[in-house]
Design a protein around this ligand. Structure first.
Ligand code: G3P
Length: 230
């Protein structure tokens, strides 16, 4: 269902992504994915998962999932709930939704048992090392200080991206690696792939773009070009 290079669009809970606007952003992603043959996944606000899944045919991720099993856990969003919505997988431990190591481990196991894809977010080379040992399907390294700044990690901190790629390859080469934080242009995406990643995770540049479809189309073309040149 997922291929590489991969662009994952996290809609967070931006007002621009709630309701019909969120559906429109997901539809653009599907159109661009089909047009360029690049894998693109979206992570809409949790209350919109079902609607988005019914509206588009690309992989849809939950932005978060709790480690609890079914039962007496008021307000939790558990694996069985997102599975029932039809998600492809879930982000885990995003910098804006951090979790304890033991809970991350439980969630990765629970998602795997449900045949859902795990996209683990890490913030440093050290946490990437620890994360790779838990065997998620994908790791996305995102230095939190660059999130939402428009300053791309692939240009501002290439050593962190390359370092994360390196530790993942050494510890668990079956784990796919993305990077994120401040990714804003096709050039940023190309640079991320040149550093050894298999794609990007981004949010604000897409959700808040004047012309999101055009931006995503630029990113998809840049991703393909950099991928073919590897
Ligand atoms: O999950 C993606 C994210 O944290 C990066 O956000 O707005 O810098 O693309 P942004």
């Amino acid at each position: 269902m997922l291929g590489f290079p991969l662009i994952v669009l996290n809609f967070k809970v931006y007002l621009e992504a709630i309701g019909e606007n969120g559906i429109r952003l997901a539809r653009y992603a599907e159109e661009v994915s089909k047009e360029h043959g690049v894998s693109i996944a979206v992570a809409p606000p949790v209350t919109m998962l079902s609607k988005v899944i019914h509206a588009v045919g690309i992989p849809v991720f939950s932005q978060h999932v709790d480690p609890s099993p079914p039962g007496s856990w008021t307000g939790s969003v558990i694996v069985e709930m997102i599975k029932e919505c039809g998600v492809a997988g879930s982000l885990v431990n995003h910098s804006e939704k951090r979790m304890l190591l033991a809970d991350i481990s439980t969630i990765i196991k629970r998602l795997r048992e449900s045949n859902l894809i795990t996209l683990l977010c890490t913030d440093t080379i050290e946490t990437t090392k620890a994360g790779a040992a838990l065997s998620p399907d994908i790791i996305a390294i995102e230095p939190p200080e660059l999130i939402g700044t428009g300053i791309s990690v692939s240009k501002a901190k290439p050593e962190i991206v390359a370092g994360a790629v390196d530790v993942v390859r050494k510890i668990n080469p079956s784990v796919h690696i993305l990077c994120g934080a401040g990714i804003s242009t096709g050039e940023d995406v190309a640079k991320a792939i040149e550093l050894g990643t298999e794609g990007v995770l981004l949010a604000s540049a897409y959700v808040k773009a004047k012309d999101p479809r055009r931006l995503l189309s630029d990113m998809a073309q840049a991703a393909l070009k950099a991928w073919e040149a590897r």
